[in-house]
Design a protein around this ligand. Sequence first.
Ligand code: ACO
Length: 323
Amino acid sequence: MIRSVVRGTGAALPRRIMKNADFEGMVETSDEWIAQRTGIRQRHIAGDDETTASLGEAAARAALANAGLTPDDIDLIVLATSTPNNTFPATAVEIQHRLGMHHGFAFDMQAVCSGFVYAVTTADLYIRGGLARRVLVIGSETFSRILDWSDRSTCVLFGDGAGALVLEAAEGAGTIADRGVLAASLRSDGAHKDKLFVDGGPSTTGTVGHLRMEGREVFKHAVGMITDVIEATFSQAGITAADLDWFVPHQANKRIIDASARKLGIEEQKVVVTVDLHGNTSAASVPLALAVAVADGRIKKGDLVLLEAMGGGFTWGAVLVRW
Ligand code: ACO
């Protein structure tokens, strides 16, 4: 059977780093509060010349270089983002143009923080369905542009950045020993749409709006939803937590990551954590964490890697990949 195998990874971060202490003059908060409640120590914030498209392009170019490929080799670009450059066209199309691609097709996916997990699952289906041979899957966000910088309960949590993977069709035996995407489970439930949302949009206010979140409510649901969808993915693949080499969760809050790993019985040393360095970069958080763990030599060919995310909607999901 056809499998979607990871051929390359890449990442891009804005130049400017904002430390927790930099908030102290802006809102009533402290480095200690932010670090203790979230595990975040710093985040990158996009400058005027840095956008979701420019960061996405840079991450895509890094992933292509890592794969030893050029834009000519790509058939499809799937961009996960909730902070597009424009309401339309899709920012994926702008990235396609920036890469000098005049062939293939490109579109955006919007599942907030779960966007990258949704995008990998979608790209895998396009590959297995024979509609594309090589896909650039990108998560790119500039959440700094939709934050209310006077709201201490949200502005300290998010950052900007982009990460990308190249997925490529390869022949597999149909067992979990294959390399590539092995199992996936996606969920959403719009009953929770008002717990984490942006209070503007083209069809309602005609404005971009600002992020609003009932943090305690999100926290309350997060661990249960994350662990349920991971259990479903494990049972699809016929594995247990002990079979995993790496757990690469959405990087929103270290306490949610720790509680999820504990509940699933995943050992601490198998968990990739970058929330301290990047904050919550929404759809970019999982590919950014992947790029870090691949670059530093932790994730290697043949490793069994579990990706997970949960975000606005609510949306949530998990993907199992043999690297
Ligand atoms: N600095 C200092 N105090 C603060 C800050 C701050 N930055 N923000 C809030 N507080 C205060 C609150 O006002 C509150 O004060 P009060 O007790 O006087 O009312 C107190 O701290 C405690 O607030 P809580 O909200 O109960 O704090 P909690 O321990 O729940 O931590 C947090 C808040 C970090 C937001 C947590 O709830 C959380 O991580 N929630 C989940 C967020 C998340 O994971 N989102 C993921 C999806 S993101 C996406 O999809 C885009």
